[in-house]
Design a protein around this ligand. Structure first.
Ligand code: SF4
Length: 123
């Protein structure tokens, strides 16, 4: 059942968002732009290498994922639009290939590394 759910999620999300099955989906807070499609898999905004024309320094044929995310997030309804600036925790590599839907239901996607606290960092 767990494997079947991951297979269904991948079948739905890969063609639409190029989902990489990180297991901790944040699409709602990134303007429905998958941050794992960033060549550096950055989850909290662009690196310092965005070219002047907005293209990626690693793959110049593509527009920076985070520039796309920002534009798209402005069209998202509240409160998702406001979550764009939230600090997202580091992605947990152990969840790769698992269903983010299931991880959302069980709360597993909200387990953060020991010592990591977005609230403290934002204060
Ligand atoms: S954030 Fe993760 S689960 Fe969501 S679309 Fe991207 S790779 Fe898939």
């Amino acid at each position: 059942m767990v494997k079947l759910l991951a297979t269904i999620e991948h079948a739905v999300k890969k063609p639409i968002w190029d989902c990489r099955m990180c297991g901790q989906c944040v699409l709602h807070s990134t303007g429905l732009t998958c941050p794992m499609t960033c060549p550096k898999t950055l989850r909290n905004g662009p690196c310092g290498g965005v070219r002047e024309d907005g293209r990626c320094e690693v793959r110049p044929e593509m527009r920076c994922v985070w520039l796309k995310a920002q534009t798209r997030s402005e069209r998202m309804p509240r409160p998702w639009r406001e979550e764009f600036d939230d600090l997202r925790p580091p992605v947990d590599g152990r969840l790769r290939g698992t269903s983010s839907w299931l991880n959302l239901l069980t709360g597993r996607d909200r387990v953060t590394p020991q010592g990591w606290d977005a609230g403290e960092r934002e204060a």
